[in-house]
Design a protein around this ligand. Structure first.
Ligand code: B4P
Length: 190
């Protein structure tokens, strides 16, 4: 079973490329951002708590995120494998995922790191903000999210580099060209 981690800064195209990968390879898409936004939209107390973190550009606490993902993965029946879009976002989440996958037979993992220049990330997210209605797609929150990415999320790369489960992708260019680069990188494992 394949566990393909789509990794990158906010706006690097994780969600966009996930949609193309799901269509072509019939993988099950797990977007932690989407899961969290669904919880917020439900109006639950948990959703209100989550919204406090997301709208300020912060990550939600590791244990809460790990519990939500674990529960969702248990409820999913996937024959081909999973795309993890937006998880892990901290080294603690990466370690928790290692543990989760130890209990799943024949799991193979690859982290695909989409590298995009900072100004391009800001431009994409501001453009998305014109129509997304997302509370975190504004300049102040985007800058905070990029800071959090540098401090807490980027180190996850090294975790997977050390395990030889890492592919670096130039995330600048058209959606189609980037998709071709990803396909080339995952060919040996998919
Ligand atoms: P996410 O929902 O994961 O979203 P994202 O990082 O903003 O965007 P993504 O990289 O998917 O970009 P997209 O394809 O949309 O996270 C939201 C928040 O949830 C986080 O800040 C955090 O608070 C919380 N959260 C999520 N996971 C968590 C976790 N594990 N732990 C704790 N908290 C967590 O692309 C962006 C825009 O660019 C789109 O409009 C797209 O059309 C455009 N675009 C994409 N590719 C392009 C290209 N090649 N050229 C031009 N435009 C492009």
């Amino acid at each position: 079973m394949l566990y393909l981690i789509l990794f990158g800064a906010p706006g690097s195209g994780k969600g966009t490329q996930s949609d193309l990968l799901v269509e072509k390879y019939q993988l099950t898409h797990l977007s932690t951002g989407d899961l969290l936004r669904k919880e917020i939209a439900s109006g639950s107390q948990l959703g209100q708590e989550i919204d406090q973190y997301i709208s300020k550009g912060n990550l939600i606490p590791d244990q809460l995120m790990i519990d939500i993902l674990n529960k969702t993965m248990d409820a999913c029946n996937s024959s081909k494998g999973f795309i993890l879009d937006g998880f892990p976002r901290t080294v603690a989440q990466a370690q928790a995922l290692d543990e989760m996958l130890q209990t799943r037979e024949g799991a193979s993992t690859i982290l695909v790191n989409l590298e995009v220049e900072r100004q391009e990330l800001i431009n994409r997210l501001l453009k998305r903000g014109e129509t997304s209605g997302r509370s975190d797609d504004n300049l102040e929150t985007i800058q905070k999210r990029l800071e959090v990415y540098e401090a807490k999320t980027k180190p996850v790369n090294d975790h997977y580099k050390a395990k030889n489960q890492h592919a670096h992708i130039d995330g600048m260019g058209s959606v189609e060209v980037i998709f071709e680069r990803i396909e080339k990188a995952i060919q040996p494992i998919i």
